[in-house]
Design a protein around this ligand. Structure first.
Ligand code: MD6
Ligand code: FE
Length: 219
């Protein structure tokens, strides 16, 4: 598990916001996912590449609720993901424990991106990311996550025991990678820290209060 603080440049953060906003109002754009029982998730979601259904935990070509096709993953996003994995591996090579030797992250070319937007009262319950293929999970092919906008309180742990979870704040520009042995770590967004968006990002984009999170994965 690697956290790269303030990794995404201010310009790239602003481009990501603008790209997601443009895609978000089109076909396959942001919606508030719900479960069969009628409960709604506490966030807005948009999928790129393939659709992920939070109710069935399945990937499909079209979104079940409205038959829309998810937009493509923007080439700029691919470039940042590829570079982030390379930089994380360079870091592991230099700073990792000797037991980490030869155990860098597998490379990953994403075919799916899940974009979440949290308002200041948004949250996401404890989960593992395990809807991907058995092969991808077994190899520990990483999930790469971008945080943009307001900061989030993020909990993670090896088990469901919430009391034992570690906590970290994810701020605008941070990149978090779950790969290798950490691929199936339990995690949650327990809250959004209001008014913590960098002023320059707010001014450059006019983004509404809240937080954008993009997670990239390979099915
Ligand atoms: C979020 N992130 O940060 C939700 N999943 O809003 C995730 O669920 C996540 O950050 C897998 C790997 C990294 C993540
Ligand atoms: Fe997740």
């Amino acid at each position: 598990m690697v956290l790269m603080k303030n990794y995404i440049s201010s310009d790239d953060q602003a481009s990501i916001v603008n790209i997601c906003r443009d895609l978000g109002i089109g076909d396959g754009g942001f919606y508030q996912p719900g479960y069969d029982g009628g409960r709604k998730m506490n966030l807005q979601m948009m999928c790129l590449g393939k659709n992920w259904d939070p109710d069935t935990n399945m990937y499909t070509e079209l979104r079940r609720s409205d038959n829309t096709k998810p937009p493509e993953i923007h080439p700029k996003f691919h470039d940042i993901v590829t570079k982030a994995i390379q930089d994380a591996n360079d870091f592991i090579r230099v700073n990792g424990a000797s037991s980490d030797e030869g155990r860098g992250l597998p490379s990953m070319s994403p075919d799916i991106c899940i974009v979440n937007f949290y308002s200041e009262i948004g949250s996401l319950g404890l989960h593992q990311d395990k809807s991907e293929s058995e092969e991808s999970l077994k190899k520990g092919v990483p999930v790469v996550s971008f945080s943009i906008g307001d900061a989030a309180d993020f909990s993670y742990g090896e088990t469901r025991a919430v009391g034992k979870a570690d906590k970290v704040i994810l701020e605008s520009g941070d990149v978090l990678i779950f790969g290798g042995e950490s691929r199936l770590v339990y995690h949650a967004v327990t809250g959004i820290d209001p008014d913590t968006v960098p002023k320059s990002l707010r001014e450059a984009t006019g983004m509404r209060p809240g937080r954008l999170n993009l997670t990239f994965r390979k099915y």
